[in-house]
Design a binder for this molecule. Structure first.
Ligand SMILES: [Zn+2]
Length: 272
C-alpha cells in the first residue's frame, strides 16, 4: 500500500503489523520531483509482495541507493535482496551491511546511536527517523544494544535540526516534529524518575521495576519494557546514581546499599 507523504516522498507500508511495529514497517521511496532516479530507505521484511510494491512505487525510475536506518529484521531483512534486485548499492551505519561502493554513512551523519541513524531531507524540512521516533506512542530503547544516554543525546541532535516533519519507521507522518521530539525527551525523563522512585520504594530487579512502572501497560509488552528499564539502569549506573550487584541483576540507589532495614516497631528507640 503506497501513499504520497510529500512531492518527494512516497511511503510503502510493509505487511508486518505487530505491537512493536504498529501498522507495519514504512519503506520510503525518495526523489526530487522530475528526477530520473530514487533513493529507497528501509526495504523492510523479506516479503516478495512488499518488494514488488516498492518497485512499483519507484515508477520506472532507477534506484541509485538503498539506505538502512538500522538493521532490525523488520527494516533490513529484505534489504540485500532488494538492493540486488534493483542493482543499487546498500548503505548502512552498522558494520558488515554496506555493499562495496556504497557511501560511508558514519562519516557524515551526526544523528546516530548504536547501529541506528536518521536521514535528513532538507528540502522537506524533514527527517526519516527509523525506530528512533515513531509515528505514534514511544520507541523502545533496548538493552544491551540500546544506550539510553546515547539515545537522549541523539534526540537533542535531532531537535537541533529543527525539523518540521518526521517520517518515522512505523506509524503515520509526524507533522509537529519539534513538539514530538520534546515529548520523547520529557517521557524519558519521567521514566527515569519512575525507575529511581521504584528503587527508592524497594524494587531491586528490572522485572520488579517493570511490574510497578508499567503496571498499566499490556503484559505482552513487559519483556520489551524490561529491556528499556535496563537501558535506563545502565545509564544511571554509569552516572553513579545507581549501583548494581556483581550479577548485574539487582540494583540499588547509590548510597542505599549498606542501609539497614528499618527496625521493627517494638524496637523503636524512645522519642523516635
Ligand atoms: Zn522497526
Amino acid at each position: 500500500m503506497s501513499e504520497r507523504w510529500s512531492s518527494r516522498v512516497t511511503r510503502v507500508l510493509a505487511p508486518n503489523p505487530s505491537p512493536l511495529t504498529l501498522e507495519g514497517t514504512n519503506t520510503f521511496v525518495v526523489a526530487e520531483p522530475g528526477a530520473g532516479t530514487v533513493v529507497v530507505i528501509d526495504p523492510g521484511p523479506a516479503d516478495d509482495g512488499h518488494a514488488l510494491a516498492v518497485v512499483e512505487a519507484c515508477g520506472g525510475r532507477g534506484v541509485e541507493l538503498v539506505l538502512l536506518t538500522h538493521t532490525h529484521v523488520d527494516h533490513a531483512e529484505g534489504a540485500r535482496a532488494f538492493a540486488g534486485r534493483v542493482g543499487a548499492p546498500l548503505a548502512a551505519i552498522a558494520p558488515g551491511w554496506a555493499s562495496p561502493g556504497a557511501p560511508d554513512l558514519a562519516a557524515g551523519d551526526p544523528v546516530a546511536a548504536a547501529d541506528h541513524c536518521c536521514f535528513q531531507l532538507a528540502a522537506d524540512r524533514a527527517v526519516f527517523t527509523g525506530d528512533h521516533v515513531l509515528g505514534r506512542g514511544t520507541t523502545v530503547v533496548e538493552w544491551p544494544g540500546g544506550d539510553m544516554a546515547d539515545y537522549l543525546a541523539s534526540l537533542e541532535l535531532l531537535l537541533d535540526l529543527r525539523p518540521e516533519r518526521l517520517y518515522p519507521g512505523h506509524g503515520p507522518l509526524v507533522p509537529d516534529a519539534v513538539a514530538r521530539v520534546e515529548g520523547y525527551l520529557a517521557h524519558r525523563r519521567d521514566r527515569e524518575a519512575q525507575v529511581l522512585a521504584a528503587l527508592a520504594a524497594g524494587d531491586r530487579t528490572p522485572a520488579e521495576i517493570v511490574a510497578r512502572v508499567y503496571a498499566e501497560v499490556d503484559l505482552a509488552l513487559h519483556p520489551a519494557a524490561e529491556l528499556s528499564v535496563r537501558a535506563h539502569l545502565v545509564k544511571l549506573a554509569r552516572e553513579g546514581r545507581v549501583t548494581s550487584d556483581p550479577s548485574g541483576e539487582r540494583f540499588t540507589l547509590t548510597g542505599d546499599a549498606g542501609r539497614a532495614e528499618p527496625p521493627p516497631a517494638g524496637a523503636r528507640p524512645p522519642g523516635a
